[in-house]
Design a protein around this ligand. Sequence first.
Ligand code: FA5
Length: 338
Amino acid sequence: MQKLIKDALQEIQQASNLQELKNVEVKYLGRSGLITDLLKTLKDLSTEEKRTKGQEIQEIKKSFTENYLIAEKKLQKQAIEEKLTKEFFDITFNEINPQRSQQKGSLHPLSILQKEVEEIFSEMGFEVADGPEVESEYYNFEALNIPAHHPARDMQDTFFLNCPTDKKQGQLVLRTHTSPVQIRMMEKYGAPLRLIVPGRVFRYEATDATHDSTFNQVEGLLIDKNISLAHLKGLMQEFLKRFFKEEATVRFRPGYFPFVEPGIEMDMLWTKNGKSKWLEVMGAGMVHPNVLKAGGLDSNKYQGWAFGFGLTRFALLRYNIDGIRSLHSNDLRYLKQF
Ligand code: FA5
C-alpha cells in the first residue's frame, strides 16, 4: 500500500497536462482503479481488519485526492497561460480594418420624416392612428363613395388578393390609399375626430421618377361642427412651414375625389438643378356626406375635411432626391446620408 500511494503521487506530479492527470485519476480511482479495487477487498476481511485496513485505504484516498486537486489547479492555470500566448486576440482589429467593423443601423429616411410629421401634428392636437395594409374593397372604395363599376376605381390601379371574399366586404386588396382608415376611425370613435394616419399604400402602376408602386401617404381627418376648407388651408401652410423649415411655395387647385365635395389638390414648387416645376403632393376636400353616413355619423350635424399627402413625394422635396425608387434601395451608403 505504501508503494501504491508513492507511485500514485509520483504519477500525479509527472502529469504534464490535464488529460494525463485525468488518466491517473482513472487508473487509481476509476471503476476498476487500483484504490477502488483495494476498497473492494475490504468486504472479505474480519471486522477488526476492516477497521484498520479501511482507515488506511481512506487515508490513501484522501492523500491522493488532495494532491490531485493541487496538481489540477496548477495544470489548469498552465493551460490558460498557454492558450493566451498561442491565441493572440487583437482588440483594435476592427478599428484598423473599418471595412470589417460592425455596421451600425440607423432610421430609414421615410421613418425619420414620418416621425417629424407625427410630432408636428401631435403638437397641433391631432391623434396618430393606424389601419391595415390589406383592406377590403368595402373600406378601400365602397364606403368612400366609390361603388363597384364607378370609373373612379380606375384612378387607382389596384392589387387584388386571391382570397375568399364576403359579399359586403368584397375582395381583399392592398390598400391604394390611407383614406379607408377614415371610415374605420369614424366607426370606432364617432365624432368629433382629429387625427392623422401615416401608412404604406400600393398601386399597380408604372414607376418613374415621381411614381412608385409602394409609397407612403399621410391621411388627415378633422370632423367637428362648423368646419370649413379655410381651416385646412391655414393648417397646411403652418405644417409646411414647420416641416420644410422655410416658406414652401404651394398652389391649390380644384381636384376630383368621390369621397370629398368640393375637392382640391395641392402642388408644391420643386426646384432641381436650377429648374422649377410643380409637383402634385396632396389631395383634400370636405368629407362627402355619403362618407360620413358610411362611418355612422349624422351629416346634418357634422362636417369635416380630409387630406392625403404623399410622404414619399415630400421626401423628394426635403432631401432633393432625384428618383423616388432610390428610397427603396438597400444600399447602406445611400441610406446613411440622411
Ligand atoms: C389619394 O390617394 C386620396 N386618397 C387623397 C385624398 C385624401 C383626397 C383625403 C381627398 C381627401 P391621390 O391618388 O392623388 O389621392 O394620392 C395622394 C398623393 O399621394 C398624391 O398627391 C401624391 O403626392 C402621392 N402619390 C400618388 N401616387 C403616387 C405614386 N405612384 N408614387 C408616389 N406618390 C404618389
